[in-house]
Design a protein around this ligand. Structure first.
Ligand SMILES: C[S@@+](CC[C@H](N)C(=O)[O-])C[C@H]1O[C@@H](n2cnc3c(N)ncnc32)[C@H](O)[C@@H]1O
Length: 211
């Protein structure tokens, strides 16, 4: 009898999360992507943890050729559907990877990862270093991560260690003199709880340019 490897916890968790709900995310591109990538000349882009594809579709509609990557096959199927609906299906390729153990091949003018955060195993430092290596000369690495829970969240739903601005730069371990930091900031945006409590959430943003 052949041994069939057990599905990785990340794949199991995220596949169940997407299957449990008709739509998990809003379908709109992340505001911080729009702010940070709007001025970039289109080329090739890699979206890590692309979910249902709203960022990839937005980039493709701005002229980028995009590769969207996620661990969930269901998320990628939905993303492909949204790209087709938006008329950019031929500008986006979708690849399923468990980032950490696996990473897409190639180099890209923009490597973007928004909220690549998970309650299950994810070796973020390894993924971020691979993301930096995948940036083509002259290209951009754009990272956005939640800096903490929303202000209205009195009881965290799970234990999480949130990143710091300097911590992520340290983990990236970028070769000296090869990168410039164009954005390093914390953005605060309004956030409303499921039962209507108004508050805010903070995200860290890094935009780095490779020489
Ligand atoms: C918080 S969601 C963010 C989705 C999307 N980037 C957005 O901003 O709406 C995190 C995404 O990362 C994916 N993900 C988590 N761990 C992963 C891993 N190890 N490899 C690939 N994708 C992963 C999840 O399936 C999910 O779609």
């Amino acid at each position: 009898m052949t041994d069939i490897p057990a599905p990785a916890p990340a794949a199991e968790f995220w596949e169940a999360r997407y299957r449990d709900s008709h739509r998990v995310w809003s379908g709109r591109p992340n505001e911080l992507l729009v702010e940070e990538a709007d001025g970039l000349a289109p080329g090739t882009a890699l979206d890590l943890g692309c979910g249902e594809g709203a960022d990839a579709v937005w980039l493709a509609s701005r002229g980028w050729r995009v590769t969207g990557v996620d661990v969930s096959a269901t998320a990628l199927e939905r993303a492909a559907g949204h790209a087709a609906e938006a008329g950019v299906g031929d500008r986006v390729a979708w690849e399923r990877h468990e980032l950490g153990p696996s990473f897409p091949a190639g180099s890209f003018d923009l490597v973007s990862a928004h909220y690549l955060q998970s309650p299950v195993e994810l070796d973020l430092p390894t993924v971020l270093r691979a993301a930096a290596r995948a940036v083509a000369p002259g290209g951009t690495l754009l990272l956005v991560l939640h800096a903490g829970w929303p202000s209205w969240q009195t009881e965290p739903p799970f234990d999480a260690v949130f990143p710091t601005l300097d911590g992520v730069l340290g983990e990236l371990a970028l070769p000296e003199g090869e990168w410039s930091v164009e954005t390093r900031r914390t953005a605060r945006r309004p956030s409303v709880s499921p039962d209507g409590v108004e508050g805010f959430r903070e995200d860290h943003v890094w935009r780095l340019r490779r020489a």
